[in-house]
Each structure stands twice: as structure tokens, then as C-alpha cells.
Design a protein around this ligand. Structure first.
Ligand code: GLU
Length: 303
């Protein structure tokens, strides 16, 4: 069984690379960028869907199979990583394509995927409740979270940074305490807000469910900075280049994992094998979504 999976994985790798390469030639009128040039919402061919997949001992996979579909928890307000274009209904981003890649490797086509937006604070509970099969959305692997759920990966590494107003005199941050006395905004339940609260009591905090609400407050001058993973902040800086800029960063190491039900080691092994044996797929997903972002990272080895 293991051998079949591995071979299927290699097939997926080659096909997906082709599909993603084709995506790059997509025109603006073809935002879905799928290999057939179809529009968003049509049947897409992002990744070759594996056939006859078996995953013995995976309760999550059993549920997906019974339902004939996969429910994936994601972010949808983080450009470049997990983003929903409300006009076209199209979802894009590095995390979204990682999520699609995993789904295809498990035998599920795009039209069998249901994406569910879940905010940072609600991720563990959504997994524990069985509301989603797995979560892919700037989700740092931490020991505390591992008490409730399990992770595959890491598949990406970034670190905590700051976003300030474009006209801010702050151009470089040497220490997080440079923000003492200022109001910094972040998402409830995230590792960056916890870091500020635990270690920098002289920084005032504002919290929202979503980082996009923090960015709105920054642009309107209600807060002095937004703090979270630099990869997320870079996406907002690209979205609002006249209003905000990224400074400093990487005060912590944030290792992104795929979250799922605690104890599902079969699913964990499947996803880790996919990441390890995926050939150029990771790089193709990175290039397509974050290639022009200025972020320079390599695919990390899985734990
Ligand atoms: N990676 C951090 C975390 O998992 C911040 C980003 C987020 O909130 O998704 O808490």
C-alpha cells in the first residue's frame, strides 16, 4: 500500500508541476489560471488527482471517503497565502495550493473540496469538533497546540515582523521593545499576539479575529503597527503599497504545519511523504504564489 502511495505521489508531482507552469501563463481574464484555461468555478485541473487511494488507519480519510469530499480550513484575507476574491469567488495563495495538492494526493478533485474560513483563535476547536478534515493557513506548529491536535510538516518557515504606516519614520526595528508605548494590533489566538503579551508588557495591544481588520486600523491611524508573520505582512504591503510598509522582522521562528485530528498518524505520514517526495511541486507552488514577493525561503525538511 505504501508503495502505491509513493508512486502515485511521484505521478502527481510531475503532473502538478506542468499544471502550475501552465498557470503562470494565465491571463488576467483567466484568474483561475488552471491548465485548461478555464474560469474559476469550473472543474479545474490544478493537480492530477490520485486514483484508488487507500489510507489504512486514518479516521480523517475514512470520513472524507464516506462524504466523498474534503473540508479544508483556511484563511481568506491573507493575500499571497490564503485569499478569497469575493468578486470572482476564486481562492488563491500558497497555503490554498498546498491544501489542493494534499487533497489531490488523497484522491479529491477541486470540485470535491469545500474550503472553510476559520480564524486563528478557532483552529484547534474546529479540528477537535471535526468541522474540518485538515487546516492549511499560516498555522504555526507549537507544543501547546500539539496538546489538542497533530501537525504534518513544517512546509514553510517565517518569523514575526511588523507592518507600519508608509509615512512612519520607523524604517528598521532592532527590538520588539522599540514599540513600547505604541499600540500594536494582531489576531486573537495567534502566536505573535501571545509573544507581545507575554514578553512586552509595555506595548499596548489591539486584537481582532482577522489580520485584515488590523490592517484597516493601521491605514486609518487607529493603531501604530500590525504584528504577525512577515510572510503575511508582505502580502498586505503588496496589496496597499501606498499605505503600509514592512519593517524589521523575524523575531521568532514560525514553522507552518498542516493541522488535523490528534492521533491520525496515517494522515500525518501521508502528508509528510508528499512533502518529502514531491519533487519540484513545493517550489512551483511557491514561485506561483510568492515568487514575486521578495520572500526568500527554501522548502524545510519535515519533522
Ligand atoms: N503563524 C502564527 C500562528 O499560527 C500567526 C499567523 C496566524 O495567526 O495564522 O499563530
Amino acid at each position: 500500500m505504501r508503495r502505491t502511495r509513493t508512486l502515485a505521489g511521484i505521478g502527481i508531482a510531475a503532473a502538478a508541476l506542468l499544471a502550475l507552469t501552465a498557470c503562470n501563463s494565465g491571463t488576467p481574464s483567466d484568474p483561475g489560471g488552471d491548465a485548461d484555461g478555464g474560469d474559476a468555478g469550473e472543474e479545474t485541473t490544478w493537480f492530477e488527482v490520485a486514483e484508488d487511494v487507500t489510507l489504512e488507519g486514518s479516521p480523517t480519510f475514512d470520513e472524507m471517503t464516506a462524504r466523498d469530499g474534503v473540508v479544508i480550513g483556511v484563511k481568506e484575507d491573507q493575500p499571497g497565502l490564503g485569499y478569497l476574491d469575493v468578486t470572482t469567488g476564486e481562492r488563491t495563495g500558497f497555503d490554498i495550493d498546498i491544501a489542493r495538492w494534499i487533497a489531490a494526493s488523497l484522491g479529491f478533485a477541486e470540485e470535491q473540496i469545500e474550503f472553510k474560513p476559520i480564524a486563528s483563535a478557532n483552529r484547534e476547536q474546529a479540528i477537535v469538533n471535526g468541522d474540518i478534515d485538515y487546516y492549511v493557513g499560516t498555522y504555526s506548529i507549537t507544543d501547546k497546540r500539539k496538546e489538542q491536535i497533530d501537525f504534518a510538516g513544517p512546509y514553510f518557515i517565517t518569523g514575526q515582523g511588523f507592518l507600519v504606516g508608509a509615512d512612519s519614520e520607523i524604517t528598521d526595528v532592532e527590538d520588539v521593545s522599540d514599540f513600547n508605548g505604541q499600540t500594536v494590533c494582531s489576531a486573537t489566538g495567534s502566536t505573535p499576539i501571545q509573544n507581545i503579551k507575554d514578553n512586552f508588557p509595555e506595548i499596548k495591544t489591539q486584537e481582532y479575529d482577522l489580520y485584515s481588520a488590523c490592517v484597516e486600523d493601521l491605514i486609518s491611524g487607529k493603531v501604530d503597527a500590525v504584528t504577525t508573520d512577515q510572510a503575511i505582512l508582505i502580502g498586505y504591503a503588496a496589496q496597499y503599497p501606498d499605505d503600509v510598509k514592512v519593517v524589521g522582522g523575524l523575531f521568532t521562528e514560525e514553522r507552518y504545519g498542516v493541522g488535523f485530528t490528534k492521533g491520525d498518524t496515517a494522515l500525518q505520514e501521508h502528508i509528510n511523504t508528499l512533502f518529502t517526495d514531491g519533487g519540484d511541486i513545493w517550489q512551483a507552488i511557491f514561485d506561483k504564489n510568492l515568487g514575486s514577493s521578495g520572500i526568500e525561503v527554501e522548502q524545510p525538511a519535515v519533522d
